[in-house]
Design a protein around this ligand. Sequence first.
Ligand SMILES: Cc1ncc(COP(=O)(O)O)c(C=O)c1O
Length: 316
Amino acid sequence: MPIQPTANIWRNGELIAWDRAQIHVMSHVVHYGSSVFEGIRCYTQRAGAAIFRLPEHMQRLIDSAKIYRMPVPYSLDQLASAVVDLVEANRVAPCYIRPIVLRGYGETGVNPRNAPIDVYIANYPWGKYFADHEQGADVCISSWNRLAPNTMPSLAKAGANYMNSQLIRMEADINGYAEGIALDVNGYLSEGSGENLFLVRGGTLYTTPLANSVLNGITRDAILTLARHFGIPIVEQALPRELLYICDEAFFTGTAAEVTPLRSVDRILIGKDAGRPGPITRQLAQEFFGIVNGTVPDRFNWLTHVNVPVTEAVSV
Ligand SMILES: Cc1ncc(COP(=O)(O)O)c(C=O)c1O
C-alpha cells in the first residue's frame, strides 16, 4: 500500500513538514531494529472523526519502551495530545496513525544506551487491510514460529519483531494465502503476522493467551470486552493447531485487520457453512464496527473525538 503523504509529522514536540522527517543512515535503529511503535485507526462517523482507544495505544507504546529501557520524555497525556494535534493539523480522516520511538544518531555499537531517543508521529489516509471482510480470508499455518519467550519479548511492539512477521507474511503471500498464522515454539497456536487469533467452538470463544508469544492486542481486548458484554463464554488457553481445522468459526483481530473472519485454514473450510462467517463472529463484528462507525453507543469509552472535516472513506 503506497503511503499518501500529509502536511505534517510530529517530531519531539513540534510539527515539521513531512519531507523533513528524515533520519541518518547511521542511526541506531537502522542497524539494530531499535524502535517501538504503535498503529492506531482514526475512523469517520456521521458526527466527525474519532480515534479508537488512543490512551490504550499510548500506554502500550510506553510499556514497549520500558521493556527496552528507552526513556520516553513525554507522558501518556502529552503523547495522546500530540496525536490529536497532528490529526487535526493534517485534516485527514479516516486515517492510520503511526507513533514511533526510536534510537537515533549518536553512537555505533549494539549497546544502545547512549543513542538519543527520538519520538515521531505520522498519520496518513488508509483503508482496509484484508480486501474482503465479508467473505473471510484464506490463511495458512506458517512454517515460521513466533518469537520464543526469553528471546524477543512479544508484549513489546518493537520494530525488530516485525522481521519475524515479514517472514510469515511473505511466505503466505508467495503461497497464495491472505495471511499466515504462526505457532509458538511449543507448537501451539500463536497469532498472525499482525493479528490476534480467535476461534469459536460449541458457543465458546477461544483465544490464545499472552504466554503463547502474542502481542496484547487492543482490538483483542475490545473483542473480549464485547464477548463479556454479550455473555459469550471465553476461554484463554494454549490451543492446538488442529482445533482451527475443526472449529465452528475463526477470525483475526487487529488495528489493521479490525475483525476479519477466516474462511479457510490450509485450504480446509472453517465451520459447517462453506467457510461463511458464523453467528458469534458476526455479532461481535457488528458491535465493533457499530462502535467505531458511530452507529451504536460508545459504551466502553473507546473513542477520542477529533475536529477534522471528514473526507470520503478510502479503499484499497
Ligand atoms: C503481531 C501483532 N499481533 C497482534 C496485533 C493486533 O494488535 P492491535 O489490536 O492492538 O492492533 C498486531 C497489530 O498491531 C500485531 O502486529
